[in-house]
Ligand binder design. Structure first.
Ligand code: LLP
Length: 435
């Protein structure tokens, strides 16, 4: 039995959250995303516990991983704060009644309308990315007579060991003020001098799906060094947001660090760096997305066509694919799966799992050993809670999947399945094309 398979019933069916996946598939039809609420709660509690030694720490859920009105409400109930990166995410959060003062507004190119909305609803912090935005925000605050609490996003010049597409801490990153050439310190001085804005502290985020925690230690040394330089310049910054990025297990071979290890390491590194610079410990924020919700998600597909090709590969096609999971094509991501209706059977044949999209790159799992497959079998693909629904597309006019949540034997809809009518809801025919 591996990490993901904890409960198999007498019929050999996989159970999640006390629900039989075969029954869920009949009830909701396939494909669908499934969320194991208990796993989210466990991850959140682990975060709270891991950072409990810090006198002042805020855990901020990164909504880009998965955000719907229901999920925002769930996260609010769990006592988390929320990171949003667009007017759209802010809207979803507010529709859920998420307390604005617990919202952090990120983004490297926020529009004037987005900044205005952030000031108007009174988000907790606006994380300013660049000088253009700093000036724009200051102007909007002055003109509207509002006040904004801000952090500055800093590029610490640290390369996280992860896929280059999801590295963000290296000096040539598009996000933030660079630590090099005093760019960051100059920005701190400028931000601290602006009326209508209060500079509270600094933010950084070095990347995502990070396994080697050493990059965080280097980042903390750089960031605390900058807090010390600001202090020397007479600017007291009391908050340090360290971003998210902790990796999760997608395949059995993955060995991510635990949330507890991250908490321990960050706490020690911060304490050491602050002692070295004779600084008081700042309020600390962390912004996990994937490590809160990633391993709580599963995608359930039904197997259709199965065929052996000339090269000897056996393809099994599912009723979803790159539209609901673009991560394989984008980041060469790997996944693990179980045949939910044959969860107790030995894995004796090797399959390549492909989707139904018109692309050769629409491969979900290149090689996986599974019990002998038949059309109609249910495939449960693990660790699809983060960056799947939120990155899904309607390519090939295939409706997006519903999201079902399970807890203690009951299941509920968080997002309805899209219907064909939804696909054309915004389509128009210009009058001159009509006869
Ligand atoms: N904070 C900031 C400022 C971020 O940009 C991100 C992620 C996070 C927090 C949360 O990072 P996490 O804990 O989830 O690693 N689409 C990619 C991931 C992109 C991450 C973008 N930023 C993927 O599917 O792997």
């Amino acid at each position: 039995m591996n990490h993901w398979i904890k409960d198999i019933n007498q019929a050999g069916h996989l159970k999640i959250g006390g629900c039989d996946l075969v029954e869920l598939a009949l009830r909701y039809e396939t494909p669908f995303y499934l969320l194991d609420e208990e796993a989210v709660i466990r991850n959140v509690n682990e975060y709270k516990q891991a950072f409990s030694k810090l006198p002042n720490c805020e855990i901020i859920y990164a909504g880009k991983a998965l955000l719907t009105v229901g999920i925002a409400k769930f996260m609010a109930n769990l006592g988390l704060s929320l990171d949003v990166v667009s007017g759209g995410e802010l809207y979803i959060a507010l529709q859920a009644g998420f307390p604005p003062e617990r919202i952090y507004f990120h983004g490297n190119n926020k529009s004037p309308a987005e900044l205005e909305a952030a000031l108007e609803v009174g988000v907790g912090r606006i994380v300013v990315d660049n000088l253009y935005e700093l000036n724009l925000l200051s102007d909007i605050a002055r003109k509207t007579g509002r006040h904004g609490n801000i952090l500055l996003r800093i590029i610490p010049g640290v390369e996280a060991h992860t896929h280059t597409y999801i590295q963000t801490g290296q000096l040539d990153s598009k996000f933030g003020f660079s630590i090099a050439h005093n760019q960051a310190l100059d920005a701190v001085k400028k931000a601290a001098s602006l009326p209508n804005l209060s500079l509270k502290g600094l933010h950084c985020h070095i990347g995502s799906q990070i396994f080697e925690l050493g990059s965080y230690v280097k980042t903390i040394e750089v960031m605390v060094g900058l807090l010390a330089e600001a202090r020397q310049a007479g600017i007291e910054l009391t908050e340090l947001d360290l971003g998210g990025g902790l990796g999760i297990r997608y395949v059995p071979e993955d060995q991510p660090a635990s949330i507890a290890e991250l908490g321990e390491l960050l706490t020690t590194a911060l304490t050491d760096a602050c002692r070295q610079h004779q600084l008081p410990l700042p309020k600390v924020m962390v912004e996990p997305g994937r490590s809160i919700i990633g391993d709580a998600g599963i995608t359930v597909y039904r197997i259709g066509a199965i065929k052996e090709n000339i090269g000897g590969k056996t393809y099994a096609a599912v009723d979803g694919g790159m539209g609901d999971n673009p991560r394989v094509a984008l980041y060469q991501a790997q996944y693990h799966a179980v045949v939910a209706n044959k969860a107790d059977q030995p894995r004796e044949r090797t399959y390549t799992i492909v989707g139904k999209y018109c692309e050769s790159g629409d491969v979900l799992i290149d090689k996986i050993k599974l019990p002998r497959l038949e059309p109609g079998d249910l495939l449960a693909v693990f660790s699809t809670g983060a960056y799947h629904y939120s990155m899904a597309s309607n390519y090939n006019a295939i409706p997006r999947l519903p999201l079902i949540t399970v807890y203690n034997g009951s299941s509920d809809i968080v997002v309805e399945r899209e219907r064909y009518e939804d696909l054309i809801r915004l389509h128009r025919i210009p009058a001159r094309w009509l006869d």
